[in-house]
Design a protein around this ligand. Structure first.
Ligand code: ADP
Ligand code: ADP
Length: 235
């Protein structure tokens, strides 16, 4: 359902991904590799935030639209993003941040879910409850702990009813306890709701606990694709 074909991404002549071809089905996939390997670039390319220089990213067999197109915005609704630094709007409440997700990842799909304002609020509250933050709905984002902010970030990503969650270093900025809470939520989303989760992670322990598949990148190339238990010295 999500696929890359000979994906290459260059930044002003510097190659960040070389000829990466892979398919993602349902399940929890971890993306690992040393700093500079191209993990973030892959996550952003899968969401169309960065266009392919060569090759393609496909969603249900259709290439992602170029940045700024309606096609890409419609596709991005299927692809919820979770960021390392949460990217919440600091001065808005947790609830308002989740409501922003109801507009789609670019904010350009107002009304796309076809919900009334009241139904949107109920949906957003339901999601906050799901991530254990119903009691913090009216608290400003910048008054929440990092772990709480990331849980709001997940609720915001879920608000647009995506089929895929792309989490770019979702726990790198968190302490161990918050990290475990966030990973439990991501795992639960994958197992209970059947969403596809692709997460760029650092700790192999976390990868083994959560992922059914691991992809390793090194120098912009795919160097391993398999079960975490089979992972050898590819890094
Ligand atoms: P990772 O997430 O694995 O650390 P990245 O995808 O962030 O790797 O980066 C891959 C390569 O692309 C690195 O060499 C990095 O320096 C380079 N890179 C990433 N973002 C940019 C950018 N905006 N401009 C130029 N080079 C970039
Ligand atoms: P990187 O992966 O290079 O560390 P980040 O994930 O930190 O990048 O941030 C991505 C973008 O989101 C950056 O442009 C940054 O300025 C912005 N950003 C990060 N944190 C926040 C925040 N709390 N509120 C608003 N914007 C943010």
């Amino acid at each position: 359902m999500v696929e890359t074909r000979h994906l290459q991404v260059d930044y002003r002549g510097k190659r960040a991904l070389h000829d990466v071809s892979m398919q993602f089905g349902s399940g929890f996939t971890a993306v690992i590799g040393p700093s500079g390997a191209g993990k973030s670039t892959l996550m952003r390319a899968l969401n169309g935030l960065i266009p392919a220089t060569l090759g393609q990213v496909l969603l249900d067999g259709q290439p992602l639209g170029r940045p700024g197109t309606t096609l890409l915005r419609m596709q991005q609704r299927q692809l919820g993003m979770v960021f390392q630094h949460f990217n919440l709007v600091r001065r808005l409440s947790a609830l308002e941040n989740v409501l922003l997700g109801c507009l789609g990842s670019s904010g350009a799909l107002q009304g796309a879910l076809g919900l009334s304002r009241r139904a949107e609020r109920e949906w957003a509250m339901h999601l906050l409850n799901r991530v254990g933050l119903a009691d913090h709905a009216w608290q400003r984002a910048d008054q929440l702990s990092g772990g709480q902010q990331q849980r709001v970030g997940i609720a915001r990503a879920l608000a647009q009813r995506p089929r895929v969650i792309l989490a770019d270093e979702p726990i790198s900025a968190l302490d161990p306890r918050s990290s475990a809470e966030v990973m439990d939520i991501l795992r639960d989303i994958q197992e209970r709701d059947g969403l596809m989760v692709i997460a760029n992670l650092h700790s192999l322990e976390t990868v083994r606990a959560c992922a059914g598949r691991v992809i390793a990148l090194k120098g912009g190339r795919l160097v391993f694709d398999g079960h975490p238990a089979e992972l050898g010295s590819e890094l």
